[in-house]
Design a binder for this molecule. Sequence first.
Ligand SMILES: [Cu+2]
Length: 244
Amino acid sequence: MSWWLPLQGSTFAPQIDGLFLAILIITGLAFVIVETGLIWFVFKYRGRPGRKGHYTHGNAKAEVVWTAIPAVTVVVNPNGTLANVFVYVKAGLPAGYTTPAPASDVVLDQNGCRYHPHVLGIQVGQKLAIKNSDGILHNIKAVGKANRPFNVSQPISMTTERVFTAPEVMVPLECNVHGWMHAYLGVLPHGFFAVTGADGSFSIKGLPPGTYTIEAWHEKYGTQVATVTVTAGAKTQDFTFTAR
Ligand SMILES: [Cu+2]
C-alpha cells in the first residue's frame, strides 16, 4: 500500500502515513458527494424553455459566521493556560547567593526526533545528561552566550554529559540534523526556578522570606516580570501573556 508514499524517515512515519490516508479518504468522499450534488442540481434546475435564469448571491450572514468560527477556534486555547514557561527568581537574593547544585542529573531526552522536555532548568555545575533514545543521528548544538557553545554528534543510542558554568536564561539547544528540534535550557546559580506544566501551573519551593523579582519566560511570548514578597507560607503569583 505504501509503495507510492515517500520513504519513511522517522519513528512518527507510520502515524503520519495513516493520518494522510485518513484525510485522503475523507476528502475524497467529500469531493465525490459535492460533485455528485452539483451535477444533480445542474440537471434538476437546468434552464426550461421560455424561462431565463438569474443569479442571487446567497446568505451573507452565514458566510460571516463560518469564516469567524474557525478563526476564533484557532487563536484561543481551550483553558487559556500556557505550558513550557520558565519561571525563576531573577533578583532579590543576596549578591552572590547560590544553592548547592543537586548531585542528580537533569535529563534531556531525544525521542521521536523531539526534545523531552522542551523547556528545562539546571543549576550551574549540575550535570545535563543528553540522551539519544532514537538510535539515529542527532547533533546537539548549544548556542548560548555566557556559556561556551558546544556541538555534539550522537550517531547511536547514547548519553553525553555537559556542565554549564555561568547563569544564562535561556541557552537555546538545537539539532543540526532535524531543523524542527529545539529546546531551551535556563541555567541559574540557585534552585529557585520551575517550568509550567500542561495546566499552566508552576511552584517554586524553599525561597527564604524577602522581596523578589520573578520573571516568566516564554519562547514565543517573551518575558513578564512580577515583584513578589514572600513571608512564611505559600504565595501565589499569576502571569498573563498576550499573543503578539
Ligand atoms: Cu535530531
